[in-house]
Design a protein around this ligand. Structure first.
Ligand SMILES: [Zn+2]
Length: 158
């Protein structure tokens, strides 16, 4: 499914609308090209700190991977985007998610739900749904209950 149209939310979860443009032109791109074109932060160099952040994301993936049928998902930790306040990015149907480091710093309690949100984009190709607390483009005033997030997550894999 390809959705176009730009909406600005604060703080918003991801640049899903931007990546659809890539999906339309080419599904295979280097990360550098993606980053340069959409203003998203560069991939961070892998060091102990970056590995620790990626570990947190992998832990979320491990926690749900037996609940639904997940392919292997690549995880990148990025610099904070130059513009906007995006706290996650995924390429629809491309099985790659990008999480900027400021998610861990500024919204640590939201890491779980944001990772699930990005996985839905990355694996199912689903865009945003304003009515769904998991797939709306902006995070709520308080973190979602983990069980609720998992329940909603599962509905996208049926
Ligand atoms: Zn999104």
């Amino acid at each position: 499914m390809i959705k176009l149209g730009i909406s600005i939310y604060y703080p918003y979860i991801c640049d899903e609308q931007l990546k659809t443009l890539y999906i339309m032109s080419s599904r295979v791109r280097t990360y550098d090209k993606c980053n340069k074109a959409n203003g998203y932060g560069k991939n961070l160099k892998m060091n102990d700190g970056t590995y620790a952040l990626r570990r947190q994301v992998m832990d979320v993936i491990y926690e749900v991977k037996n609940l639904v049928n997940l392919p292997r998902i690549e995880v990148r930790i990025n610099e904070r985007p130059k513009k906007g306040n995006s706290i996650g990015l995924a390429y629809l149907n491309a099985n790659i998610i990008y999480i900027p480091e400021h998610l861990f710093v500024k919204y640590p309690a939201y890491v779980f739900e944001v990772v699930l949100h990005e996985i839905v984009h990355a694996v199912t190709g689903f865009g945003h749904d304003d009515k769904c607390p998991l797939m709306r483009p902006s995070i709520g005033n308080k973190p979602m209950d983990k069980d609720k997030a998992i329940k909603l997550f599962q509905t996208y894999f049926k």
